[in-house]
Ligand binder design. Structure first.
Ligand code: ADP
Length: 431
């Protein structure tokens, strides 16, 4: 029976009680009193059902009280809602267990901290990494458990777009990678990964490249000296070997540039962003670069547009090498008819931007993601002709990272390219 019919039946029953009471009352000459007594009886029955309902709600897991009509329907509905809730609860707690199990079994340390930075939960890897007994860290401040100043700064800065890498300060310190995501009302899930081995290998690679480049410098200088001397000799004396010697000189020069760029890259990689405390006036730097490139590219025009006068916190030499690489690339890979545009301005979100645009050959989209890799070239033969080493954009990328700037590249084939360095607000110095 549907709800409406049940309500109709209950109303009719109340009416019938009243009518029968009233009719019986007529027999005794007190119709209103007997009718009211009949309605009171109905009220007592209702109160009894409410009592049974409240008794059942105290122990909701027991079967509902037996009842028919409207009360039976009500008990049944409550039982159905209860069953549905229980099913949803089961599903939710299953999902929660599943999530917790997956976090528990992770090799990375996973920690949940509340808005105030206190640990709410952590997995076994976190306890092990932080040297804690079981559940020893719950309730503690995570900043105290991970006592690195850069971590404290990162956790409180609330900007978790990029992961944080904590490099070892002492020989036996670990190297950590930290990733944080926020959820709920300010709670945070913190992942800590031990990358000490990765850091050690990376350091070995950097040291190796730096050492090899350094060691190559002396033999190269000797070779260069000899080829130059040979080329100054009378052609009659050198005769047939004049051409191979010229080629040797060209290749020695190329190697010299390569070694210079590799050493420069090693130096940039080894300087931490925090160590760059200089103040660089970008307008002055750009004017200087344009000034010394002018005589090298006399037929080309470099148009400078500086609408920003603020300084940038950083290293003059590094920024100069990044800017030079971008401008030289624009000159190398563009049509000599068009000037190269260099802009220094304040862009979106008050971020300072350096933009180098050319109307040159452009770069196909599939090359863009790999462009800043060492030795990656779009067309090997052409960049060798232009004297490139394939390290220019790798240098730009590392200089950008060291100055908390992002390198953005936009390019369209046959139309040209724009290379943009977008500096984070924290890189500014008050002018
Ligand atoms: P390279 O020394 O070969 O110029 P880079 O690292 O500076 O090395 O650049 C990598 C490659 O990116 C270049 O070989 C070239 O193919 C491409 N490239 C860089 N800048 C531009 C540009 N402005 N226009 C077109 N292609 C470019």
């Amino acid at each position: 029976m549907n709800q409406r019919a049940l309500w109709r039946r209950a109303s009719l029953r109340a009416l019938a009680f009243f009518a029968i009471g009233y009719a019986l009352g007529l027999l005794f000459g007190r119709p209103w009193i007997v009718a009211t007594a009949a309605l009171f009886l109905l009220l007592v029955v209702g109160t009894w059902q409410v009592y049974r309902l409240s008794h059942w709600l105290d122990d909701i897991d027991s079967p509902p009280p037996e009842a028919s009509g409207l009360w039976g329907q009500l008990f049944n509905q409550i039982r159905l809602i209860q069953a549905r809730n229980r099913e949803e609860q089961g599903l939710l707690s299953g999902a929660l267990d599943y999530l917790r199990d997956s976090l528990k079994s992770m090799r990375d340390a996973a920690v949940i901290v509340n808005t105030n930075g206190y640990v709410v939960w952590m997995n076994a890897s976190a306890e092990q990494m932080l040297g804690l007994e079981q559940h020893g860290g719950v309730g503690s401040s995570l900043i105290e458990l991970v006592p690195f100043s850069e971590f404290a700064k990162y956790l409180s800065a609330q900007d978790y777009h990029r992961p944080l890498r904590i490099d070892p300060k002492e020989k036996d310190d670990p190297s950590l990678l930290v990733e944080i995501s926020t959820f709920g009302e300010g709670d945070r899930l913190v992942f800590l990964r031990d990358i000490t081995e990765h850091f050690r290998l990376e350091k070995m690679r950097k040291d190796f490249v730096a050492n090899v480049s350094h060691e190559l410098r002396t033999p190269l200088t000797v070779l260069k000296g000899y080829t130059e001397t040979l080329l100054t000799l009378d052609e009659e004396l050198t005769g047939k070997i004049h051409k191979p010697i010229s080629q040797m000189e060209m290749q020695v020069n190329r190697m010299e540039v390569l070694v210079r760029d590799l050493l420069w890259l090693s130096r940039i990689e080894s300087v931490e962003p925090g160590e760059k405390t200089g103040s660089v006036n970008m307008q002055g730097l750009l004017e200087e670069v344009a000034h010394y490139l002018g005589p090298v590219w006399p037929e080309r025009e470099i148009v400078l547009e500086c609408s920003e006068t603020g300084d940038v916190r950083g290293d003059f030499m590094e920024l100069q090498s990044a800017v030079s690489n971008l401008i030289i690339n624009a000159l190398k890979y563009s049509d000599p008819k068009h000037p190269v545009q260099v802009k220094w301005f304040e862009g979106a979100d008050h971020k300072l931007m350096l933009e180098v645009s050319d109307r040159g050959e452009g770069i196909a989209p599939e090359h863009l993601p790999r462009l800043t890799e060492r030795f990656y070239r779009v067309e090997k033969s052409r960049s060798q002709q232009t004297g490139g080493t394939g390290l220019g954009l790798a240098i730009v990328k590392h200089v950008a990272a060291g100055h908390q700037a992002e390198l953005q590249i936009e390019s369209e084939l046959e139309k040209g390219s724009t290379f943009r360095l977008v500096f984070a607000n924290s890189t500014f110095n008050a002018a």
